[in-house]
Design a protein around this ligand. Structure first.
Ligand code: MCN
Length: 835
């Protein structure tokens, strides 16, 4: 059962629909199978694309013989990278050159000369059916010269094997964020600290597993060169610009449509080789070309997430108050830079101090390297779950060292509520927060004190079922973002969003949004915003999106930006419409516009209740244009492009209660509490759904999922038989609570929530496991905390304590010294490890 507690602080907005648990209008079509995904589109005369993919992680391509494949029935053509070299006006785009000197190898839809990961496309087959195309793939004869794979990040850093010869190094960039009150402040803080911790963690690679794999159909128009791309993408607008640039097609001739899209989690925030190939080949052959990804292809050809080694050091005074934070990261870029690959560690780079009030003594540096694995890129949270994991795990390490309760240590360090809006060490202004309230609420729902008491009796000497509770207090930096801030980070696009609100003559409303929902329920939420604004029913509001022919401007959906930027743009467009309607009402009622009130969809003259005009009458009047103020344009329609003044800063505290079986290493999650604060909630039902999905994804990283490569660079977890996406039966019931601290930076008071669950979850789970096992000397369990990894951690700790002559049951390394050093022993992937 899932408990949803009432918010402990009520939203101040009085509204008919905002804040209600309205069912999602998107769901009937999805649940009945009526929704049309890209692969459902029946486009007669289509040719099918299939890719020949490299079976080697790193290999020179000596030659490609396509003759046998071309001769097969149904095969129309086979192309190699060399054949299509002149088709591309530019290499595949990377929109985030984080430093001036960032190394970015030219990356084309088909590899030329060298394949750099298993799954890298080396040839493309076009055939009259999908089966014929895939059969022909087998007949393409590629002569490879295999080279050594590079799958270990520290090995990549050493440049022992250089992957992209032309770069002469595997290092793509080093990006630093060092902010000090005065020079040397960080070093001094560490030198003078009463306590320091130094922890090393590994963010294992993850495979995003959207329900719908990718699918593409490119349809050229018969005359004039126009082309329509249907793609399972979360960025139709960005894709339009990028495909126009890469293919050298005038942008106005490209239309991109994202039909129903079955999830993305960041993996569909990209410009993929298959999209470009379908477009290029459909233009060349003047027929529609389609491609549909298989699940195994999805594992190697769609971007991966995470992939970092994190070193985090904390300095604290005698009370455990943080005095400095130092972080060194190695980021795994994979073989190439995709759309925003290099920016992912940066997004986390601002968050390694978490929700804590630290002095201006912060030192972050990330070095990102190429490896011979699938490119990584944004995956739910993109840098922020990684940062939260590191700081929240390190806070527990510090609490162990100080021998104080982890929740108490957090309370000592929280940014006080009174300091908001809070100007952080980075210069960024955090909009609003009440961390103590969220933590208190989580502790109440989890019965924190009760669990601590039960631990005393349960975790006794010799106990094989050990109880643990883990805390994670997180901050999110989302709602990407003010364009000027993105510019300062070298991001190649802005952070604004566009919305049009159009009142039709019969007072039904069309909203055109630049966001591109793929599971988030924008149609429902936007209709609720408009309904409250205009005093109409949400069912009278149609929300159009994800087709660049109807919404020519937009920056799409990612970074939990859609509501705090796109939803706010919708609200602002409503204000503009209301303002125009007010001028018309004033004119027709022969009143001063300043004397008019607007409530419940009707304008009335203050003090003259009989003088009123409903919006419906004004809408029809604006259409007929018979009686408008002099010079006013007919119709009621407004467009807004909104560039937010700040990020949005949701926060919360998650708690996880586990019981660990020390004999088998299995972890039973007994309770999971998530208290999230995303400001005013437009639709609490959607918010809960987002938190559910997010938490389960974080929990999956903590307990189940890992992209495992062998030492030759083969992905050993490329099917759902090996890659453990948790089933419903594997995950616990969630107890959701909310606090509501409205954002002062937008009129709705909203913050994003789409990634919050993922950001809070993993450290809560791992902290709980370590907490359960701390009596056995365990200070770290790597992710995923599979039974084997937990078992190894228990036995590793036992061996270490035996060697040190300390009894199991004491706290080795904690009581004896004031500096602890811990973390994952495993590297990015335990190559060849049969676990
Ligand atoms: N919402 C709300 N009140 C709030 C905050 C949000 O009612 N205070 C609602 C919004 O109206 C919207 C939804 O919650 O309907 C999510 O809003 P927001 O936080 O703005 O996030 P986005 O819509 O921009 O979605 C992106 C985010 C990201 S980055 C990933 S990754 C993710 C996620 O959303 N991928 C998802 N949620 C997903 N959900 C599904 N089903 N599938 C994915 O691929």
């Amino acid at each position: 059962m899932t408990v949803t507690e009432e918010p402990v602080v009520e939203a101040s907005a009085s509204s008919a629909f905002i804040g209600t648990r309205r069912l999602r209008r998107e769901d009937p079509a999805l649940l009945t199978g009526e929704a049309r995904f890209a692969n459902d589109l029946d486009i007669p005369g289509s040719l099918h694309l299939a890719l020949v993919r490299s079976p080697y992680a790193h290999a020179r391509i000596r030659s490609i013989d396509t003759a046998a494949a071309v001769a097969l029935p149904g095969v129309v053509a086979v192309y190699t990278g060399e054949d299509l070299k002149d088709t591309w006006a530019a290499p595949m785009p990377c929109a985030w050159p984080v430093t001036e000197d960032m190394k970015n190898p030219a990356h084309y839809p088909l590899a030329i000369g060298k394949a750099a990961y298993v799954g890298d496309g080396v040839a493309a087959v076009l055939a009259t059916s999908d089966v014929a195309a895939r059969d022909a793939v087998e007949a393409v004869d590629v002569d490879y010269e295999p080279l050594e794979a590079v799958i270990d990040l520290e090995d990549a850093l050493s440049n022992r094997v250089v992957i992209h010869d032309e770069l002469g190094t595997n290092v793509s960039y080093t990006w630093a964020l060092k902010v000090e009150e005065s020079e040397g402040a960080v070093d001094r803080a560490f030198a003078e600290a009463a306590h320091t911790v130094s922890e090393r963690y590994v963010q294992q690679r993850l495979l995003p597993m959207a329900m719908e794999p990718r699918a593409v159909v490119s349809v050229p128009q018969p005359f004039g060169g126009d082309i329509t791309l249907y793609s399972a993408t979360q960025i139709p607008h960005i894709l339009k610009v990028m495909t126009a640039i890469t293919l050298g097609i005038p942008e106005h001739q490209v239309r991109v449509v994202a039909p129903a899209v079955g999830g993305g989690f960041g993996s569909k925030l990209n410009v993929y080789a298959e999209e470009l190939l379908c477009m290029a080949l459909s233009r060349r052959h003047q027929v529609p070309v389609r491609w549909n990804e298989t699940r195994s292809e999805n594992s190697v050809a769609t971007i991966h997430g995470r992939g970092q080694i994190q070193q985090i050091d904390l300095a604290a005074d005698a009370d455990g108050k943080l005095t400095a934070v130092r972080v060194r990261l190695i980021g795994d870029m994979g073989a190439y830079l995709q759309l925003v690959t290099p920016g992912v560690p940066l997004l986390g780079g601002f968050l390694y101090a978490g929700v804590y009030d630290i002095p201006t003594a912060y030192d972050f540096e990330c070095t990102s390297v190429f490896t011979t694995m699938t490119p990584t890129d944004a995956y739910r949270g993109a840098g922020r779950p990684e940062a939260t994991y590191a700081i929240e795990r390190a806070m527990d390490a510090l609490a162990r060292q100080l021998d104080v309760d982890p929740l108490e240590l957090r309370r000592r360090n929280f940014i006080p509520k009174e300091s908001y809006p809070y100007t952080a060490w980075s210069g960024l202004v955090y909009d609003s927060g009440d961390h103590d309230l969220a933590a208190t609420e989580a502790a109440r729902l989890a019965d924190y004190e009760g669990v601590r008491a039960r631990q005393q009796t349960q975790n006794v000497e010799g106990a094989t079922k050990r109880l643990g509770i883990g805390v994670s207090s997180y901050f999110e930096m989302c709602g990407l973002a003010p364009s000027r801030v993105l510019a300062s980070l070298n991001y190649s696009a802005g952070g604004w969003e566009a919305a049009t609100v159009r009142i039709l003559p019969t007072c039904k409303v069309q909203v055109v949004t630049g966001t591109a929902p793929h599971g988030q329920g924008h149609e429902t939420a936007w209709s609720m915003i408009v309904a409250d604004k205009l005093g109409i029913d949400p069912d009278d509001v149609d929300v159009l999106h994800s087709d660049t022919a109807i919404s020519p401007l937009g920056l799409d959906t990612y970074g939990s930006r859609s509501l705090p930027v796109g939803g706010v743009a919708v609200a602002m467009a409503c204000d503009k419409v209301i303002n125009k309607a007010k001028q018309i009402a004033a004119h027709q009622l022969e009143a001063n516009a300043d004397d008019l009130d607007f409530a419940g969809g009707t304008f009335s003259v203050q003090g003259s209740p009989d003088k009123e005009l409903p919006l419906a009458a004004i809408a029809f009047g604006a259409f007929t244009a018979h009686n408008l103020p002099d010079g006013m344009e007919p119709n009621l329609e407004a467009h807004v492009t909104y560039d937010p003044p700040n990020f949005s800063w949701p926060f919360g505290t998650h708690m996880c209660v586990v019981e660990v079986d020390t004999e088998t290493g299995s972890v039973d999650v007994q309770q999971y509490v998530a208290v999230d604060d995303c400001g005013t909630q437009i639709n609490p039902l959607i918010v809960d759904g987002q938190v559910h999905g997010g938490v389960i994804q974080g929990l999956a990283q903590a307990l189940f999922e890992e992209a495992v490569y062998d030492s030759e660079g083969n992905l050993k977890t490329s099917t759902l038989a090996e890659y453990l996406v948790p089933a419903a039966s594997d995950v616990p019931s969630l107890t959701l609570g909310h606090t509501v601290t409205p954002s002062p930076t937008n009129q709705l008071g909203v913050k994003g929530v789409g990634e919050a669950g993922t950001i809070g979850a993993a450290p809560a789970v791992i902290n709980a496991i370590v907490d359960a096992l701390k009596g056995l000397g365990v200070t770290n369990v790597p992710m995923p905390a599979s039974p084997f990894n937990v078992w190894k951690a228990i036995h590793g700790a036992a061996a270490a304590t035996d060697t040190a002559g300390t009894a199991v049951g004491d706290h080795p390394g904690v009581t004896a010294r004031t500096t602890t050093s811990g973390g994952d022993e495993a590297v990015a992937n335990p190559a060849g490890d049969e676990s």
